[in-house]
Design a protein around this ligand. Sequence first.
Ligand SMILES: [Zn+2]
Ligand SMILES: [Zn+2]
Ligand SMILES: [Zn+2]
Length: 257
Amino acid sequence: MKVLFLGSGTSTGVPVIGCRCAVCTSLNPRNKRLRASVLVQSETTAILVDSCPDLRQQALRHNLTAIDAVIYTHEHLDHTAGFDDMRAFCWHRTERLPLYAGTSCLAHLRRMFAWAFSEKNTYQGYIRPHAHDHEGRPFVIGDIEVTPVKVEHATVETYGYVFRHAGRSFGYVPDIKVLPECSRPLLQGLDVLAMDGLTTKEHHTHLSVAQNAELMQLLAPARGFITHCGHSVDYDEARRMLPSFMAPAYDGLEVQI
Ligand SMILES: [Zn+2]
Ligand SMILES: [Zn+2]
Ligand SMILES: [Zn+2]
């Protein structure tokens, strides 16, 4: 299994428009962050997680021309607003595009992109989703098993996901404030885990870098990454303060699992 970080930034991206702080003006390319999204791939299956507002740029940058399915973590706009750019993955498809989300996020997508979900949408070149409400239950896409992991984040229903293929596991939780007890075993002891590390200070809807590191040590993956980072997080500084099995993710990072 292979994971490509298409974007490692929070909702504003980094640099933040109009900001002159040290990270926003940094010349380190690892401090340039598009909105958070990953591509999870086996040899035969490619899954896009979230359609962020930077999807067009991410697809061009990585020559991403086809996906087998899209999965959504939650309905916030930094995870959904690039929906329309998925047209590029549908021009050559005859089948509908498999789309997986929780109940609340799916309702939001149906409202926001009503024309795509409409019965009247028969144009092959447009996104015709085959929508699945996973209701928190595991499902399979191609040769990758996917397990939703319910987490607490802001006031919206939010999921992380664990992907399993050929005995390997990858957990992805870009937006989280609290990991409920019942979800904890699902994230325990994975090969790779990438989780929200928004800020250097405490935040009311996201984990800080230090809180991420604390939780990560309890969950004990072989390798851990922080992602969905904002402009208070400097790549080099965060790397120095994190335990040795951890690192900040960055745009374009590819992890073989
Ligand atoms: Zn800044
Ligand atoms: Zn969010
Ligand atoms: Zn977000």
